[in-house]
Design a protein around this ligand. Structure first.
Ligand SMILES: Nc1ncnc2c1ncn2[C@@H]1O[C@H](COP(=O)(O)OP(=O)(O)OP(=O)(O)O)[C@@H](O)[C@H]1O
Length: 244
């Protein structure tokens, strides 16, 4: 059974006021259908405005679709009750493009990574420190980084912190929206290698949203191409030899 199945998802943006309605009307996503298998990565490629982030927000539970359905582990996301939604929020985590703005500058790196653990688990101080230390090490950072604040870290290090936080609760799926596009090429590669290792070692699945063909090709098993809110083509990454 696929981990996540989307059927005919449609979301159009409308806003109040005539002028804003004219701007927003007709924009969004239309009849998106796709599936993500356990341990697999679906890459979503498309130009700016194609609807990639809208799709990501729907999968994250942040934007209810106007029509269509989305099931995760066999449970329909937008129809489920509160406790199932809480579980879904735990099982589907996100990594955004802008790591610095996604963090509270006053928090320490330990607090940032431990936040989801504090929301869902009751750990002693010692257990929490141990888990945060392990997550930092998995991401190639040092346990000493725990006491630092975001402005003391580089962009690449912050994105690793972001990923450490996203995997803290052992989610099943990570939605990553342009996770490497603000980083320089060498750091991009290191982050992609980490994401691939997590997929291979922990069986993590990804919805990997990007406009970067190389990055999508590197991590994805299947690729969906979006244009004007629709998926216009899907294919196996291994068939896209011209990208290598
Ligand atoms: N809140 C909103 N209100 C009105 N229109 C919106 C809203 N959010 C997105 N849109 C429009 O919906 C379309 C899809 O936007 P979306 O952000 O999903 O595209 P994208 O492929 O992620 O683009 P980018 O790569 O630039 O982030 C765009 O035309 C955008 O202008």
């Amino acid at each position: 059974m696929a981990l996540l199945v989307a059927n005919n998802l449609t979301k159009t943006y409308t806003s109040s006021g005539w002028f804003r309605r004219q701007l927003a009307n007709g924009k969004g996503v239309y009849n998106l259908s796709f599936a993500i298998e356990e341990g697999a990565c679906l890459g979503v490629l498309g130009e700016s405005g194609a609807g990639k982030s809208t799709l990501g927000k729907i999968v994250l539970g942040l934007l209810p679709p106007d029509s269509g359905s989305i099931t995760f582990n066999g449970v329909e996301l937008y129809q489920s009750n509160r406790s199932l939604r809480k579980k879904w929020r735990r099982d589907i985590q996100v990594v955004f493009q802008e790591s610095y703005s996604a963090m509270n500058p006053r928090m320490t790196i330990r607090d940032i990574i431990a936040e989801p653990l504090r929301n869902y688990e009751r750990l002693s101080d010692r257990e929490e420190r141990h888990q945060v230390g392990e997550l930092l090490e998995v991401m190639g950072l040092s346990t000493e980084d725990m006491l630092k604040r975001p402005k003391q870290m580089s962009g690449g290090q912050l994105q690793r912190v972001n990923i450490a936080r996203a995997i803290a609760l052992h989610p099943k799926l990570i939605v990553s929206d342009e996770p490497v596009s603000s980083l320089d090429v060498i750091i991009q590669k290191q982050i992609l290698i980490h994401l691939k290792e997590l997929k291979e070692r922990n069986g993590l699945s990804y919805l990997f949203i990007s406009h970067d063909e190389m990055a999508v090709h590197y991590l994805s098993d299947q690729i969906a191409f979006m244009e004007n809110g629709s998926i216009v083509k899907t294919c196996f990454a291994s068939n896209l030899l011209y990208l290598v």
